[in-house]
Design a protein around this ligand. Structure first.
Ligand code: C2E
Ligand code: MG
Ligand code: MG
Length: 320
């Protein structure tokens, strides 16, 4: 009924509608609470382009549980409750370890070890993302330095949020951390997502240029899941492109995913970029990626994200 065109003064107007669903008493028990939940669900439906969505507290930026976590997060960063886990990244041709991706976790006193999906999006809604990222960078660079002191030249990759690319002082803070930790700029790779670029391509590319001028590498993370145009990517001084887990994981069973992965490898190489596949969960996938010329890979089959101590043991070196 809603999508039927409406005729007004000779024009046929198309109207779209998205429906948000909230249930009592599961989601709220007051009329205003239910309407608020339905509103959140409606925006989720619009975002995903589906015609309706049911309220999901984990997707609600303003649920009381999430607001409580957000209020604790600043103290957690200062109080040393964050942890960095390291996931190995290898060269597919010969299996040589190239480095590790630093992935943050929150060792919460009541909720246990929280994955980044539970708190990074919250941090991004507030200014906490700034100290959070600087803390992860500092930790990862000191770890890089520690491995170097043990004779292992390894790179570390750190995820940046969209907010950082909009911040003109971002590169200067990274330079300061590099100097303070004594880590090699060339051993640091920063991962940015496509969504971080489309918001303000001019400003994002100015920040990326400044970061690259430090000698730090820059990669596009989760490639294929955003909506960035290739013309934006072409203009950025990038080093690498990471193919998202969602395409790699089932590439052997899904012809469509396979085509996406193979074309992305060619596209990246034609643009002069290295390609890293994320989410390699078995040997057959690794072999297929290697056969298609993918440069590097990361995934549970190679190694899960682990503590610095476990990563050192995995490498066969001592250390912290
Ligand atoms: P990402 O940067 O794309 O990281 C890869 C995610 O895929 C990690 O999840 C990793 O554990 C997971 N993964 C790795 N191998 C496999 C595999 O073989 N199969 C499957 N199914 N998954 C695999 P994690 O650690 O939960 O991180 C999720 C996301 O959180 C990251 O995605 C990144 O976007 C964000 N994140 C993590 N740490 C930070 C951080 O310090 N700062 C910011 N801004 N974001 C972070
Ligand atoms: Mg990443
Ligand atoms: Mg990714």
């Amino acid at each position: 009924l809603l999508t039927a065109p409406i005729e007004i003064e000779g024009y046929r107007l198309g109207v779209g509608a998205s429906v948000g669903i909230a249930l009592a008493p599961a989601h709220a028990t007051t009329s205003s609470g239910l309407l608020r939940c339905a509103d959140v669900a409606m925006y989720a439906a619009k975002r995903t382009g589906s015609s309706y969505a049911t309220y999901d507290a984990t997707q609600d930026p303003y649920s009381t549980e999430r607001l409580a976590l957000l209020s604790e997060l600043g103290g957690a960063v200062r109080g040393g409750e964050l942890r960095v886990h390291y996931q190995p990244r290898v060269r597919l041709a010969d299996g040589a370890v190239r480095g590790f991706e630093a992935l943050v976790r929150w060792s919460h006193p009541r909720h246990g070890l929280l994955p980044p999906a539970r708190f990074v999006p919250l941090a991004e809604l507030s200014d906490v993302i700034q100290p959070l990222t600087l803390w992860v960078l500092d930790e990862a660079l000191r770890q890089q330095r520690a491995w170097r002191d043990l004779g292992r030249e390894l790179a570390v990759s750190v995820n940046l949020s969209a907010r950082h690319l909009m911040d003109d002082g971002c590169a200067a803070r990274i330079a300061e951390l590099l100097a303070r930790t004594g880590a090699q700029p060339s051993a640091l790779e920063l991962e940015i997502t496509e969504s971080a670029i489309i918001a303000d391509p001019e400003r994002a590319s100015a920040t990326v240029e400044r970061i690259r001028a430090l000698g730090v590498r820059v990669a596009i993370d989760d490639f294929g899941t955003g909506f960035s145009s290739l013309s934006h990517l072409k203009r950025l001084p990038l080093n690498a492109l990471k193919i998202d887990v969602s395409f790699v994981r089932q590439m052997l069973g899904s012809p469509a995913d396979r085509v996406i992965v193979e074309s992305t490898i060619h596209l990246a190489h034609d643009l002069g970029l290295a390609v890293v596949a994320e989410g390699i969960e078995d040997e057959a996938t690794l072999a297929a990626l290697r056969a298609h010329g993918c440069d590097e890979g990361q995934g549970y089959f190679v190694g899960r994200p682990m503590t610095a101590g476990d990563a050192s043991a995995w490498l066969g070196v001592g250390g912290r």
